[in-house]
Write a protein that binds this ligand. Structure first.
Ligand code: FAD
Length: 486
């Protein structure tokens, strides 16, 4: 494996420039389980962005790119080095309501975009479980939505992007021009260059509502059956699993499918497409203010409490199974934004997520083994989300023709070593099943596991493109050094 180079370039005088102390900030992983100190810069223009790269050369420091900071682990952290926060480069540069083509700066969030285009009858083709993510960060990880098996990851909807290299040069890339860099920078977690503008195709919609149907599969087998029976006729499907259930109930949960309303089905689309119809409620169940909900959840964030909550949720889902209703796009997609700061309920040491992707032919057995292994370690995950995916053309893809299970684990000082041991065991199950992993969610992978799932050839090709785009290895993050530097 190619080693990460030391940055050798110095300023014009030959002296390294010191970075300003006032820029030093603690940068937290979204899950709150790790943090590191970095010199944070927040440019608003291309010139300021170039200046930061120039400063990196002059100071002998590396640069890690940060969007909305919603990756669960260390993907945007860059200890003792520069963190380039792109969230203030957030202008919508062009929007064509006839064709649905949008051009954005990298810091534009999914929230900004859907709020901008909804009333024209469009919706982003791929959205994440939170609307706080930025297009730069979403392209950097090549995120997927609850429709991944049908429309692929966000990269499949990017028509073109501009990428600023650490030299300050800007390359325009598409499927036709610099196709190799197009397919490696999308999903390349900010290691080839910085997206400075992205052009994407949005999805036409004819109502502010989706038609939703619920089910409560009694075990993992029924969960798979629900997905397989509905894939051909649904636009979105997502499953939630009670990770505490055992025996015949292993893998039981809730599943929701949703479909766009066809043109003409909504009698009043002008009304339903209005922004104020999409607002998430201010209270839960009409009583508890959303902002304080995490405090009510806090006492339940242990194995006993969460097993009770999971049972209650499954029972409620079971009683309501088969329900059919209309739900706004925002309410269906951004369930995790309903409760602001819900991650605080996990306590001061936060959470990590582990999301393996397994080919469909191995998925039933592998996911059953994963759930059982977590239970044997007495480390059941507290929130488990199940999705279907398809393969794509991107170099470091996590996509495949199969399923993923995103699992949130509470971290405490005592649990850290146990979680590492558990992760090693789960890695072995995933690799034996020809599975893949996802850097956006990762905190525990090793360089060996990374090579094992990506393949040495792919890793070498990525290093070759990095040497071409970033010969001095200015672009680095804690994740890069953890997984790609042997
Ligand atoms: C509650 C929640 C729900 C989520 N749901 C989903 C989901 O449904 N599907 C899914 O796929 N993911 C999901 N995620 C993960 C999240 O979507 C990804 O981590 C996404 O990349 C975060 O975007 P961000 O703007 O916060 O980027 P960051 O987390 O800040 O950065 C992500 C990566 O992109 C790089 N990057 C940032 N900006 C640029 C740029 N301008 N140019 C090049 N590289 C850049 C960074 O270096 C980093 O490696 C979820 C996360 C949370 C917290």
């Amino acid at each position: 494996m190619t080693k990460t180079k030391q940055i050798e370039t110095t300023g014009k005088t030959g002296q390294l420039t010191a970075l300003p102390h006032e820029r030093l900030e603690r940068v937290w992983a979204w899950g709150g389980a790790s943090s590191s100190m970095g010199y944070v810069f927040r440019p608003t223009t291309l010139e300021q962005l170039r200046d930061v790269f120039e400063l990196a050369y002059q100071s002998g420091r590396s640069v890690g790119l940060k969007g909305g900071g919603n990756s669960y682990g260390d993907a945007f952290m860059n200890s003792e080095n520069i963190v380039l926060d792109l969230s203030r480069m957030n202008r919508i540069l062009a929007w064509d309501p006839e064709t649905g083509v949008i051009q954005v700066e990298p810091g534009v969030s999914i929230e900004q975009a859907w709020k901008y285009i909804l009333e024209d009858g469009w919706w982003p083709p791929v959205v994440t479980g939170t609307m706080k993510t930025t297009f730069g960060g979403c392209a950097g990880m090549n995120v997927h939505g609850k429709n991944a098996w049908q429309v692929g990851p966000i990269g499949d909807h990017i028509l073109e992007f501009d990428l600023m290299l650490p030299s300050g040069a800007i390359m325009t890339c598409s499927r036709e021009v610099h196709s190799d860099i197009f397919h490696a920078a999308i999903g390349g977690f900010g290691m080839l260059g910085c997206f400075t503008s992205l052009t994407l195709q949005m999805k036409r919609i004819y109502s502010g509502y989706l038609q939703v149907k619920t089910s409560a599969p009694a075990n993992l087998q029924e969960m798979f059956t629900f997905f397989e029976e509905n894939l051909a006729t649904s636009n979105y499907i997502v499953g939630w699993i009670d990770a505490f259930a055992q025996g015949d109930a292993l893998g039981r949960g809730d599943a929701h499918l949703a479909n766009y309303l066809p043109s003409g089905a909504d009698p009043n689309p002008q009304q339903s497409l209005r922004l104020d119809r999409q607002n998430l409620p201010d209270t839960i169940a009409g009583i508890v203010p959303k902002s304080s909900m995490w405090m009510f959840m806090r006492p339940f964030m242990n194995n006993w409490g969460t097993s009770f909550v999971n049972l209650a949720k499954y029972t409620a889902g079971h009683l309501g199974s088969g329900k059919n209703y209309w739900q706004t796009h925002a309410a269906f997609h951004f369930l995790l934004d309903y409760v602001p700061n819900w991650k605080k309920s996990y306590g001061g040491d936060g959470l990590i997520q582990y999301q393996p992707f397994i080919p469909k032919e191995n998925a039933r057995e592998a996911f059953a083994a994963i759930l059982r292994t977590c239970q044997q370690h007495d480390l059941p995950n507290y929130l488990t989300v199940f999705k279907r995916h398809r393969p794509d053309d991107f170099m470091l893809t996590h996509g495949l023709d199969g399923y993923s299970m995103a699992m949130d684990f509470r971290v405490t000082d005592g649990r850290r070593p146990q979680l590492t041991t558990l992760a090693r065991e789960l890695d072995a199950i995933v690799l034996a099943a020809n599975g893949r992993f996802y850097f956006a969610k990762d905190s525990t992978l090793t360089p060996e596991t990374t090579v094992a799932y990506l393949g040495q050839d792919t890793v070498n090709q990525f290093h070759a493109l990095k040497n071409q785009c970033d010969p001095d290895h200015i672009l680095q993050t804690d994740l890069w050094r953890r997984l790609f530097v042997a």
